[in-house]
Design a protein around this ligand. Structure first.
Ligand code: NCD
Length: 366
């Protein structure tokens, strides 16, 4: 299949942030995912002899198992760990050393870690593609590809949609990644969250106006997609802050009476209590189908990054053309640049006095 205009090869590339892929490249992954979806029942050998390593330092069900399923469905093998206590990180090994070891055992690394920018560190040191499966409260780009695929398949198109992002917009990495992608579409976004969980400035996508509200009821009748997230309890610096917002929004069947009949209720899962079980039988409940789409989407991603598809031989684009400063060290206490002391600061120069950390995207004034 010939590559469309503006699509460079994805072979050998890492996916750390959504912005690592152009809008055309994202669409290319979704198109290949469509093909993969149609061939799920077939025995495939595209990735025979290739190995995926999963390095998971935080809990996961869907992301790890859908990556493993995707790799095996393409005929590849899987190694990895799902519990940081069983890896050498427990003995104090750095992310850089871990990445250099795993790259010698596998062809692609999927990593989840609580530190923002941790996957970028791995990608900077490994000479194999690294896929960020969640780096703290920062990003989770392969979930975004799955979310976009779900909307596209369910509605035929992403353009023209009014999407409400509801829940923990402060710490929810799936929302941060999704917003980075949504700015490429002609859509309307409403951020629905209690004030203390609203979207941090650094995740406001350039050029995409955001409406903000703290209750779902008023905006629900206008929405085409309601994307609900769990309150990320583990990321709160202080337990009392979590207690103050816990249970503050619950979507239930009665509320859906006031929504469009073709609304998509999405959720990256797991849910805690933010979507009542009485929503599950409603045809607007899309979250289980959304989780299932993780397999064809990750099949497409793995096949493309590992060069298993024809005509993937266009040279990769040059990385960020904007100037980068190697000082100061990032002040964000949750950033890999601060926590992994050997990493070099990488500050995108925005203007004379503003920098953006390339590990965690925090902006600072110097
Ligand atoms: C999400 C995550 O880990 O960020 N889960 C997922 O990958 N589907 C959402 C969450 O944990 O709330």
């Amino acid at each position: 299949m010939p590559l469309a205009e503006n699509i460079m090869s994805l072979v050998g590339r890492s996916l750390i942030r959504v912005d690592d892929f152009s809008p055309e490249e994202i669409q290319h992954v979704l198109d290949i995912a469509e093909t993969m979806h149609g061939a799920l029942a077939e025995r495939q050998t595209l990735l025979a002899g290739r190995i995926l390593a999963t390095a998971f330092f935080e809990p996961s069900t869907r992301t790890r198992l859908s990556f493993e399923s995707a790799m095996q469905r393409l005929g590849g093998g899987v190694i990895g760990f799902a519990d940081a206590r069983t890896s050498s990180a427990a003995k104090g090994e750095t992310i850089a050393d871990m990445a250099r070891i795993i790259e010698s055992y596998a062809d692609v690394i999927v990593m989840r870690h609580p530190v923002e920018g941790s996957s970028k560190v791995a990608a900077d040191y490994a000479r194999k593609p690294v896929i960020n499966a969640g780096d703290g409260g920062h990003q989770h780009p392969s979930q975004t590809l799955t979310d976009l695929f779900t909307v596209q398949r369910s509605r035929g198109s992403i353009d023209g949609v009014h999407i409400g992002l509801c829940g923990d917009l402060r710490f929810g990495r799936t929302v941060h990644s999704l917003l980075a992608a949504l700015r490429h579409y002609d859509i309307k976004v409403t951020c629905i969250a209690p004030p203390s969980l609203q979207l941090p400035e650094r995740y406001h996508p350039p050029g995409l106006p955001l409406a903000m509200t703290d209750t779902v009821e008023a905006v629900l009748p206008e929405l085409d997609v309601l994307y609900v997230t769990r309150i990320q309890r583990e990321r709160f610096p202080d337990a009392s802050e979590y207690e103050a917002v816990k249970g503050s929004y619950v979507i239930d069947a009665a509320m859906l009476d006031r929504s469009k009949p073709e609304l998509l209720v999405m959720h990256p899962l797991p849910r805690v209590d933010e979507i009542a079980y009485n929503v599950d039988p409603d045809r607007r409940a899309t979250y289980f189908g959304q989780a299932a789409y993780g397999v064809p989407v990750r099949m497409a991603l793995l096949a493309l990054l590992l060069g298993a598809l024809p005509s993937d031989d266009v040279p990769a684009p040059a990385s960020d053309p904007a100037p980068i400063d190697h000082a100061p060290r990032c002040p964000n206490p949750d950033c890999a640049n601060r926590l992994e002391g050997y990493t070099e600061p990488q500050m995108l120069v925005l203007d004379a006095t503003h920098r953006r950390c390339l590990y965690c995207e925090m902006e600072l004034t110097i």
